[in-house]
Write a new protein. Sequence first.
Lengths: 173, 498
Amino acid sequence: MSLGTPNPGEPREDEGAAEVPPEPAADRRRARLSALLLAGFGGAVAWAASRYPIGTLRQMGPGFFPVALGLLLVLLGGLVLLEPAARESEETVEPFDGRAFACVVGAVAAFLLLGRTVGLLPAAFALVLLGALADRRNRPRTALALAAAASAFAVLLFAVLLGLPFPLLEPAF
Amino acid sequence: METLQALAGGFAVALAPVNLGLAFLGVLVGNAVGVLPGIGPIAVIAMLLPITYGMPPTAALMMLAGLYYGAQYGGATTSILLNVPGVASAAVTCLDGHALARHGRAGAALLVAMLASFAGACFGILLMILAAPLLVDLALAMGPAEYFAVMLLGLVAAAGLARGSPLKGVAMVVIGLVLGTVGSDVDTGVVRFAFGLPELADGLSIVAIAMGLFGVSDCLRNANRIPDTGRILEVPSLRGERGDLRRATPATLRASAIGALFGVLPGTGPAIAAFVAYAVEKAVSRTPERFGRGAIEGVAAPEAANNAAAQAAFVPTLALGIPGDAVMAIMLGAMILHGIQPGPRLVTERPDVFWGLVASFWVGNALLLVLNLPLIGLWVRLLRVPYRLIFPVMLLFVCVGVLSVRGAPLDVLAVLAFGVLGQLLARLGFEPAPLLLGFVLGPLLEEHFRRALLLARGDLSLFLHRPVAAALLAAAFLVLGLALAARLRRRRAPAPAG
C-alpha cells in the first residue's frame, strides 16, 4: 500500500502476471531517460521563452516566468540523475503493450481522418471498432457489434438528445 | 444564526427542480463511475464538462461535484465485492471489506461502508459550513505574496506526497506550470508558445489535458489488464450483525475528523486520508490482529475518511480559489469555464452559488445513502460488464466530448498527445496528478508572483519580511525536505520480503 494522490481506477494489486520488477540497470536507464526528457524540454522552453521580453524583477515581462521554469526543469533533470532509485516493491513497470498502444492511437487517428473526409458517424464507428481491438479478448465480431451499438447510442445522445450540431455524414471539420 | 439563514437559502437553491435533478444525475453517474474499476472521476468530469456548457452554472457545478463525491460511495462497493478498488481512495477498504465478503458478510460491509460514508461526508460538509466563512476573512487579508506562498505550498505538497519520487512530482508540477503559460499573458497580452496556431492563443484546454492524461492514458494502461471477473459475482443480501454498529461508530467518528483535516490540507486528499484513518484505527484497537481479516472498523474508517476528505477538499477550492488536488483542479477549471471565480468573494457576493453547493452536497449525500443500497443489484450487474467493452465507448465519448467544446480537431489531437505523454511519463515513474494541479494554478501563481514583486519594487526579500508568507514558504520547503528524506531513508532500509 503506498501513499498516493488520487489516481483514478487503478487496480494495482490484482494481477501479478503482468508485472515485472525493474532491474537496477533498467532503473538507471529510466532515470537517464527521465533526466534527458526533463532537461531537453526545459531547455527548449527556456530557449523559446527567451525570445519574449524578460523584463526586470520589479516589472517582469512575459518571458520571465517561463524562462525560470525552463531552467528549473533542467535543474530537476540533473537532480533526478542523482536521486537513488526506488525500492523494488514501490514501483513496478508493466511490459509495454504495443497492441493496445497501436490500436488506441490508430482509433483516434481514424476518427480524425474519417471525420474530416466522410462524417462523424463512420468516424465514431471506426473509433470504437479499432479501440475495442486494443484488447486481445475482444473478438472481431464483438468489436463490430460494440462499434455499431456505441455509434448508434452516440448519435442518439449527442445529435438527438443534446442537439449538438454534428454533421454525421458530411465532413465535420 | 446568519449561517443558518444562509444555509436555508442554499437549500432553496439546491432543491429547485433543475438543480435537484442534475445533482441526482451527477451522484447516480458518479456512483456508477466509482463502481467501475479503470474509470476515474477526473476523466469523467472532464468528459461531461462540455455537455454542461448550456446549463445554468450552479446546476452544472452541482452535477459535476456530485460525480466526484458519488464516486467515493461507489468505489467501496467494488473494493468489498471484488477486492479491486473502484476508485483509488477506496484501495484500503479492500483489506477488510473483501475479507468480510469472503466470510459471507459482504452485506454487512456494504451497509457499514455506506453509513460511514454518509457520516464522513456530513462531517466534511459541517466543516465547510464552519470553516469557509473564517477562511474568507483570512483570505481577504492576504496579499499577493501570501497567495503565492499558499499556492506554492499546495503544489509542493501535491508533488511531495505523490507516489514515487518527490523530485519527479516537482518536475510534473513545473511541466504543468509551463503548459499553463501557453496563450496570452495576463499582464501584457503577449501570446506565448502558440506557434502560430490560433487555437492555442486562448491557452491549452483543461478538458483536453485531463481527458488525455486520465482518460486515454488509462485506456492504454488498462486494456488487456483488467480481468473479466463479473460472472462470479452474486448480489449480496444486506444484513448486519448487532455488534457491527457498536464497533464501527467510534471508528467512523475518528476517521471523519481525520478525513476532514486531510481534505482541507493542500496536497493530501481522500486516498491519503483513508490510509491514515485505517492505520489509526489499527493502532488504537485493542484487537489489531483482526484488521485485514474482516474487521468492520477497517471498512468504516477509510470510507468515513475518504468521504469527509472529498467534501472538505471543497473548502480551500471555494473559499480561497486554490484547489488541493487534481480533482479539485478540474472542478476549479469547470467553475472558471462557467464564469464563476472561486475565492473569498464567491462566498460573500454569490451566496446562492456557495451555499447552494453546500446544501446540494448534503442533498446529494442523502440521495446516495438512500439509493446506493437498494441499487446494489444494479451495481452488481454493472460490474458484470467487462472493462474491455467499456473503454472503447469511453474513448468515443472522450473524442466527441472534446470536439463539442469548440469543434476544433486540434483538441482531439491534443487529447491523444496527452494520452501518449501520460503513458510515457507513467512508465518513467511520473504521476499525472501534480501536472494537472500545476496547469490550473500556473496562471494564478505567475500573476501573484509578478504582482507581489511589483508591489515590493523587485525586492525578493519581501517573502521573508511578511511573516505569513515566510511561514508558508518555510512549510513548503519543509514538506519537500521531509519527502526527500523519507525517500532516502527508505532506500537505505532493507526492502521487506515480498
